[in-house]
Design a protein around this ligand. Sequence first.
Ligand code: ZN
Length: 662
Amino acid sequence: MPRARVHALLTSLSLIGATAGGIAATALPGPTFPFFPDAAALAAHCERGLARARVAQARLERRAADPGWPAAYDDLNALIEDASGPVSLLANVHPDKAIRDAAEACELRWQDFTSSLGQNEPLYRAALRVQPRDAIDALLLKTLREDAEDAGVGLPPAQRSRAKQIVDRITALAQAFEQNVRDANMRVAVTPASLRGVPEAVWRDARRDDQGQLLLGVDSPTYTAVMQGAADATLRERIWRARTDLGGATNLGLMGEVVALRKEYAALFGAASYADFTLRRRMAHSAREAQALLDEVLAAAAPRERTELGELRAAKARELNLPLEQVELKRWDVAYYQQQVDRERFAVDQEAFRRYFPPQQSLAFVMRVVERVFGVRYERVRNARLWHPDAQAYAVLDANSGRPLATLYVDLFARDGKYNHAAVWSLRNGSQRLHRLPQAALVVNVGRNGLTLDDLETLLHEFGHAVHNNLSATRHSLQAGTSVLRDFVEAPSQMLEAWVYDPQVLKLMQQVCAQCPPVPDALVAKALAAKRHGTGVLYTRQWLYASYDLALHGPDAPQPMALWARMEGATPLGHVAGSMFPANFEHLVGGYGAGYYGYLWSEVIALDLRTAFARDRLDPAVGARYRRIVLANGAQRPPEELVREFLGRDGNAKAFFDELNR
Ligand SMILES: [Zn+2]
């Protein structure tokens, strides 16, 4: 069972009321979110779910391998999702640490169950024998067989049990890694005077120590505000180091162990590297093919990066009133001077957007965009009992028929102990066969004082994943929505990012918030110009993350820190001695191991898909076609085929490189 979570990408900066419908008292379609008064209740729920899954598994093993078999297997998957989906979300968002810990313990039990299921020989043999009814069932069977083979079903007994041990151990290590980041509760003591340039809303409510110093967190809103705004370079450095090193040396050790285990795992199957072992099932086919795209991106972005860094350095020299040759640009200078250059050259300041985008109204706006383009309607359900008072629940309805389609949960604001990036959990995958409606949870960390345009872009990106889950209309739950190939899964989200730079789209804000001042077109145009201007720094950083990931999972399986120091050291800004970025690089220990390249890979597809909306980003006819072909089909047809049918031609990289080179 794949991990049902999709992240936002790490950009160079973030290492990282009103409702759309407004009608109260709608019921949520499908089951309500489970409520656990304490850790013991969660543990008991876990136990019951596992017991039911064991019974269902035994029944499936006895079942005939007839054409109804794929559906029966999928029934088991649905049962597992219902029992385990909400638990893996709670492990990341519940305010009570005891419940988070119980949820993590439960996740490990489910991992143990599903890794055994993946190696189940009677089920594998049945999957080999079944004569599929059609192409959809055939693709499901193929995926099940390949997953079982990759889980070691064909290995001799000793190696097979080693494979399972490795998989379970990696899950535990990844959990510990993420916990170290999440529960670090890092605070940096700073004097109020050192905060010049940082919006007061970010630090006003921070706790103080006995010397009156503010204890500043390193959550995304605070971190970004300091990195972009703080005039005090020492402060920026301290916050940069605190955030970059979250997880600490312990996590470097955990990552090293994960990487070595993955290499050992691939070797059980005779593969030279974990990257090649994994990528042979993906659109990229091999690490070589993935790296070839990455290097094309680097070739296009590197000259721009040099120019941009030169401008940032010049801005620093001007500010410090020093000759250029005496000025060195540091990592913690990049976002700050980017903001300055943006302000000087494009007269734009991300902070200036907050007044136009209050958090709740921004959520309503994003919903309205999705309503317009994809023909749905969101209705808030206020009586749902959720994990935290900030969490919200929405029913998603088909606009034409009023038919309930899905449930969406949203958790907007940062708090201690909460997952600190942006991600969507597919709690429940839909299935037409089972009349099973999908459920997703969107988790971000936006400031209560409003969103920057960058934040709005992240929110819409994550919303794209939620929509992919919610508007899936596949036969089987196993093939629903975001269960598509990892190097395709980001494309629907990335496609939507450009929508926040479109004045026509932004006008929808006034439909959901009459009292919100309209964001001036000129301000948005400037932000877009600034964004384009920053692509050199952004894409070379993405190249570094993705190439690092592939090298880490390559034939040598090197030490994470040594490799990072070497690779980052070869970039124009070099490596910052003593810093340990891999300690906070959660993607690589979680589901994105050897998969980070997928962000660039699927961005190429995203820009290609976007060409269909070139004339009108809100065109409901194109949106409906996109929903019917790309979103509804999830993983029940190969991604290349969906792209071809939607665009009326084969996919290509032209739009991506045109944009990068413009
Ligand atoms: Zn994403």
